[in-house]
Design a protein around this ligand. Structure first.
Ligand code: BJ8
Length: 422
């Protein structure tokens, strides 16, 4: 990616440290991804996106900004990206998934904060992520306490707007969320200098819905036995959805889906028939956090679904596209997002129901509850999830881990023991 040095320089990045970060990715990607047998041809596009991870898309963002457009960095699937798009902006998912950034995050945050937050903050303060450096504004949200306080720190480096997300799902909370979405629209209009009209929002909803439909289609093929695509590849596609150009992403994902459809028809699979099928439930897995999937899929099992924000929580439920007025569309938008079942809500029975439903739909043999270290909401909710699964006779393994490699062998041993009982 040496052609992009001028671009990175213009973004005021720390090039020396950035070189170190870039040097580590190709060998990791080769080990985790390129070594998989029988990958679909359609994954070539996604390989190319990774090969250009800090290149092509960053150049597109630079061009967008040159034309006067704005870039908004987001961290949570509750941020209604349609509003950003409707105002001519670009939304980029910024959650950090690399251990590389954790020590920088720990310079300003306690060690006992989840790695996703530490890596995200570390990416910004180390000036080694071109997506952070291409953002005009960050959009945080009041989900878990650690994130709330992290926004205050990030705001010292870059304007960070915070959306207030209610923590319960009563009618008055839904009304408050609708109002919050309206306030966000006003902020985005102010930053972009563009007034959002009904038609803009309607078109943006259509584009984001197309992305959701493509991902839903991709996931539907994972319900087959044998599966035509590995869990790792499916995870990668979802991770890329957070920052790729949406229209191009949909085209390429639909192409991949057509190939998977043919594979299903001919009975071709990437894992042998009857391989143990696992649903992962819990914390999000941001690029390049492939640790758990890799351990599971090199232990003889296959991940068939993720009940995470880099999985079903990202694309389930479409926004109702019909609405006579802009206000009606904004309500449709708010209503769609308010259906996401994050552990930050109380009570949150719906998430447990989602997991049971997904186990059934994806014909899973067991669930691995995945919890990023120090993530209290998911860690506390894990007991409730395990109990509900146990009551239905579904095996569940709880794993709490960070981005480091220290516990890899220990987790592998636990997964292997788990696979003997599923
Ligand atoms: S909707 S899961 S993306 S908040 S892992 S930062 S919860 S301590 S990421 Fe999340 Fe939105 Fe919920 Fe999804 Fe806090 Fe836990 Fe860290 Fe987390």
């Amino acid at each position: 990616m040496s052609d992009y040095r001028d671009l990175w320089q213009s973004l005021n990045m720390d090039l020396e440290r950035h070189d170190l970060l870039c040097a580590a990715l190709p060998s990791l990607y080769e080990e985790v991804y390129l070594n998989q047998p029988g990958r679909p041809q359609g994954m070539n596009y996604f390989n190319a996106v990774i090969a250009e991870i800090h290149g092509m898309r960053v150049a597109e963002l630079a061009e967008h900004r040159k034309q006067g457009g704005k870039v908004f960095g987001t961290f949570c699937v509750f941020v209604p990206t349609e509003i950003i798009r409707a105002a001519g902006g670009v939304a980029i998912g910024l959650c950090g998934g690399s251990q590389f950034w954790v020590p920088d995050g720990e310079k300003v945050l306690p060690r006992t904060v989840c790695p996703l937050i530490k890596a995200s903050v570390g990416a910004k303060i180390s000036r080694t992520c071109p997506y952070f450096e291409s953002s005009d504004m960050l959009v945080g949200e009041t989900t878990c306490d650690d994130k709330k306080k992290a926004w205050e720190i990030l705001n010292e480096y870059i304007p960070t707007y915070v959306m207030e997300l209610p923590q319960m799902k009563r009618e008055k909370d839904r009304q408050a969320w609708i109002e919050e979405v309206g306030i966000f629209k006003g902020t985005v209009e102010k930053i972009t200098g563009k007034k959002i009209e009904r038609e803009h929002l309607r078109e943006a909803i259509r584009v984001e819905n197309a992305k959701r439909k493509a991902l839903k289609r991709l996931y539907s093929f994972r319900k087959n036995d044998p599966v035509p695509i590995s869990g790792k590849d499916a995870l990668l596609v979802t991770q890329i959805a957070f920052y790729d150009d949406p229209q191009r992403f949909v085209e390429r994902t639909e192409e991949l889906c057509s190939e998977l459809e043919e594979r299903v028809t001919s009975g071709y699979g990437v894992f042998k028939n009857g391989a143990p099928r696992i649903v992962i439930a819990g914390s999000p897995q941001a690029i390049p956090n492939w640790k758990l999937h890799h351990l599971i899929e090199t232990s003889g099992a296959v991940v068939v679904c993720e009940e995470t924000c880099t999985g079903t929580r990202y694309f389930e439920h479409l926004v109702q596209e019909e609405g006579e007025t802009l206000e009606e569309l904004l309500v449709n938008l708010a209503n769609r997002y308010f259906q996401i079942n994050c552990a930050c809500f109380t009570p949150n029975h719906e998430r447990v129901e989602d997991i049971l439903r997904l186990v059934h739909e994806y014909r899973a043999d067991g669930v691995i509850h995945y919890n990023l270290s120090f993530c209290q909401p998911y860690s506390i909710e894990a007991a409730r999830v395990e109990k509900a699964l146990k009551a239905k006779g579904i095996p569940c393994l709880r794993i709490e881990t960070d981005y480091s490699e220290e516990d890899i062998e220990q987790i592998r041993t636990r997964i292997e023991a788990f696979l003997e009982v599923v």
